[in-house]
Design a protein around this ligand. Structure first.
Ligand code: PMP
Ligand code: GLU
Length: 401
């Protein structure tokens, strides 16, 4: 097998969030009842009007290949979305649609990275960025920022991470896994650093843009520093806001030459995104938007509940996230504690394993997100399961000595 697989795969691992979900599915299939706080996926159904338009597209014969970069109708709907929600002006030729936002990120790296090119990835990061960079010969330059900096990249840390080999900065706001949301002024400060380094491109992943709570507002760096338009790729998609993870539609918006290069790779790999899913995405973006506001209000209540419950657990230190649908508590206070079976918890990975084995509760270790001694817990699940899972967690911690 070693001779079969490409060297490119050395050091690349399966997505930890997808692996965690697969593990839960396997345990459930084997008869175990598990409370699953792993995968970041809305538990709601896709709104009915969106499903209906997918079905109507199917029945009306939209069952053929489309343009590799997506139908004109969808790219136009995305242009309208950027104008309406982000006050950003694009043309359909600035837009490329893929099988999920992940697919666009992957192909953006494929289209741009040469061997040894560097990509600045602020940690905690979404699990897939460093591996996608490595897969394309790049080097992820990880810059960590802890809870004392709100888990956010500072302009100083960005400045010192840049080198002549830097090709991209990947910024993710609202952030997976911490829920951190960059303010407009923080983005202006990061943009000022980028303006001093004209060879660096910005990839801004805004897939959680609607998931902000209280008075917090989402801003795009491109909105506040429009001078970066010639070297910015915005990543977004319908998976999270419209509960459409399984439809697999995401998109990128950026300068036409980059967008065309990505579209070329799509034409040589997937040919085009799924035709009826594109029609459903048109309805998601052009149709009534109340469905988004309705679910975000519920996520806000879920956030409050999970933070309140986790804060009652000694040894678990939980910051209340401003956005996304994850909490990222520190479990440093559990290190060195002993399980009823006699095992010593010496890492977040041990804690994750202990919760799964002892409490039938599935969470993901912070190490996978570039920040040990933390856990990523998704609250994209019902109030009942949040309560149940947090009770399991509290009881498991109480069982430690
Ligand atoms: N970016 C981030 C930060 C994510 O959490 C996800 C979730 N899978 C994605 C991109 C990709 O989403 P999708 O491929 O479903 O559009
Ligand atoms: N983004 C989600 C998560 O972080 C979905 C899984 C994935 O693509 O990583 O759980």
């Amino acid at each position: 097998m070693k001779t079969l697989l490409a060297h490119r795969l050395d050091g690349v691992k399966p997505s930890p969030s997808m692996a965690a979900k697969t593990r839960v599915d396997a345990l459930r299939a084997a008869g175990r009842s598990i409370v699953d706080f792993t995968i970041g996926e809305p538990d709601f159904l896709t709104p009915k009007h969106i499903m209906d338009s997918g079905v109507a597209a199917l029945l009306s014969g939209q069952t053929r290949y489309t343009s590799p970069s997506g139908t004109l109708a969808l790219r136009q709907a995305i242009v309208n979305k950027f104008r309406r929600e982000n006050t950003l002006e694009f043309k359909p030729e600035n837009i490329v649609v893929g099988n999920g936002a992940k697919h666009i990120i992957y192909n953006a790296f494929a289209a741009t990275l040469n061997e040894g090119d560097e990509v600045v990835v602020p940690a905690p990061y979404w699990v897939s960025y460093p591996d996608m960079v490595a897969l394309h010969g790049g080097k992820a330059v990880v810059v960590s920022s802890d809870a004392s900096h709100g888990f956010k990249l500072t302009p100083e840390a960005l400045e010192s991470a840049l080198s002549p080999r830097t090709k991209w900065l990947v910024l993710n706001t609202p952030n997976n896994p911490t829920g951190a949301v960059y303010t407009a002024s923080e983005l202006v400060a990061l943009g000022a650093v980028l303006q001093r380094h004209p060879h660096v491109w910005l990839m801004t992943d805004e897939i959680y843009e609607h998931f902000v709570y209280g008075d917090v507002k989402h801003a795009s760096l491109l909105q506040v520093v429009p001078e970066l338009a010639e070297r910015t790729l915005i990543i977004n998609g319908v998976s999270k806001a419209y509960a459409m993870t399984g439809w697999r539609i995401g998109y990128g918006a950026g300068p036409t030459p980059l967008v065309q290069a990505i579209a070329m790779l799509l034409s040589q790999s997937t040919s085009c995104p799924n035709a009826m899913a594109q029609a459903a995405a048109v309805e998601a973006l052009n149709g009534p938007q109340q469905c988004v506001a309705d679910v975000v209000a519920i996520y806000g209540q879920r956030r409050d509940l999970i933070v309140e419950l986790l804060r009652k657990v000694p040894g678990v230190d939980c910051v209340s996230p401003d956005g996304a649908f994850y909490v990222f508590p520190s479990v440093a206070g559990l290190m060195g504690r002993v399980t009823p079976g006699g095992g010593v918890l010496s890492s977040d990975v041990d804690v994750t394993r202990y919760f799964l084995e002892h409490a039938s509760l599935a969470v993901i270790d912070g190490t996978s997100y570039g920040m040990p001694e933390h856990l990523r817990i998704s609250f994209a699940t019902s109030f009942e399961l949040i309560e149940q899972g947090c009770n399991f967690l509290r009881d498991a911690v109480n069982d430690l000595s």
